[in-house]
Write a protein that binds this ligand. Structure first.
Ligand code: C2E
Ligand code: CA
Ligand code: CA
Ligand code: CA
Length: 282
């Protein structure tokens, strides 16, 4: 769905079809969504298969539209990316994750060392003050870099190698972990990744979906990704794991970390705390 929505609709005109009209309205309402407090965050645990612990989670944005109700990120994130609004949105996400981390630090012992992964759109990497803005927020909330991780997609590294590599290096030097999202859906190979300071790669759900019947040799592909990733000191997270069969496959091929509905969907803070606590007791 990321490829969709390349057209820009800045003005409404009568020739628009219903689909582009909705995009037009979404685009307008997105501009106001932050000040109207219509966004909120959900967290999806990642479970370490060796220890059973929740060591990290991914923060995902949700939009509660006053008229349409929940609008999926798959629909509004591409529009936000086209219009540049994604810069403000991701900054909102980062700031609110920082607030949440501080609140957990004060009230929730079990979440003191949790690491929260934030999705960063490729757009940031062409913005000059992107890192400075994030560091400001980071300092404002006195966040420990161990509590933060950034997820970026291959689009970022395919863009402009020099500048991007420098930014990624700076992030790394701040002590923030980096993971490569949606691995396998684009063009990058693991040897190419050696030049970038990633701590982990997230194997895209499309490979996991193929697992039970081993369609397209997905099992072998995932197995060799895990093998090679470990050789270059990166860990692997399997995304979108839904069934016991998939989980069993992943265990046998040595996958360390799993994120998916089998453990928990993305949930709000209260439910997330409950999940982590019930997991600890097992
Ligand atoms: P993503 O970064 O690949 O996030 C993973 C998506 O897979 C999430 O969808 C999550 O709810 C979903 N998922 C996780 N486990 C399962 C599973 O077992 N089965 C199924 N069917 N789905 C699962 P979500 O939250 O709808 O987000 C969709 C995409 O929107 C994200 O894909 C990401 O590209 C974008 N997005 C979401 N939140 C943010 C954000 O705060 N900033 C930016 N820049 N992008 C975001
Ligand atoms: Ca992600
Ligand atoms: Ca992903
Ligand atoms: Ca995705």
């Amino acid at each position: 769905a990321k490829e969709q929505g390349q057209n820009k609709y800045n003005v409404y005109h009568s020739g628009m079809n219903i689909h582009s009209y909705r995009s037009f309205l979404i685009q307008n309402d997105l501009r106001k969504a932050i000040e109207r407090d219509e966004f909120y965050l959900v967290y999806q645990p990642r479970v370490n298969l060796l220890t059973g612990d929740v060591t990290s989670a991914e923060a995902l944005i949700r939009w509660n539209h006053p008229v349409w109700g929940a609008i999926k990120p798959e629909e509004f994130i591409p529009i936000a990316e086209e219009t540049g609004l994604i810069i403000d949105i991701d900054q909102w996400v980062f700031e609110n994750v920082c607030k949440q981390i501080n609140q957990w630090k004060e009230n929730e012992l079990s979440l003191q060392n949790i690491r929260i992964a934030i999705n960063l759109s490729a757009q940031h990497f062409i913005e000059k003050d992107f890192l400075a803005n994030f560091i400001n927020i980071f300092n404002k909330y006195k966040i420990d870099s161990n509590n933060i991780e950034f997820e970026i997609t291959e689009l970022v590294i395919l863009r402009n190698e020099e500048a991007v590599q420098q930014t990624l290096q700076s992030i790394k030097e701040l002590g923030i972990k980096l993971s490569l999202d949606d691995f396998g859906t684009g063009y990058s190979s693991l040897t190419y990744l050696r030049n970038f300071p990633f701590d982990s790669i997230k194997i895209d759900k499309s490979f996991i979906d193929d697992l039970p019947i081993n369609l397209n040799n997905s099992k072998e592909i995932i197995e060799s990704v895990i093998f090679l990733a470990n050789k270059i000191n990166m860990s692997v997270i399997a995304e979108g794991v839904e069934t016991i069969q998939q989980l069993d496959h992943l265990k046998t091929i040595g996958c360390e970390e799993v994120q998916g509905y089998i453990f928990s969907p993305p949930v709000q803070s209260d439910q997330f705390i409950q999940y982590v606590k019930s997991n600890e007791r097992q």
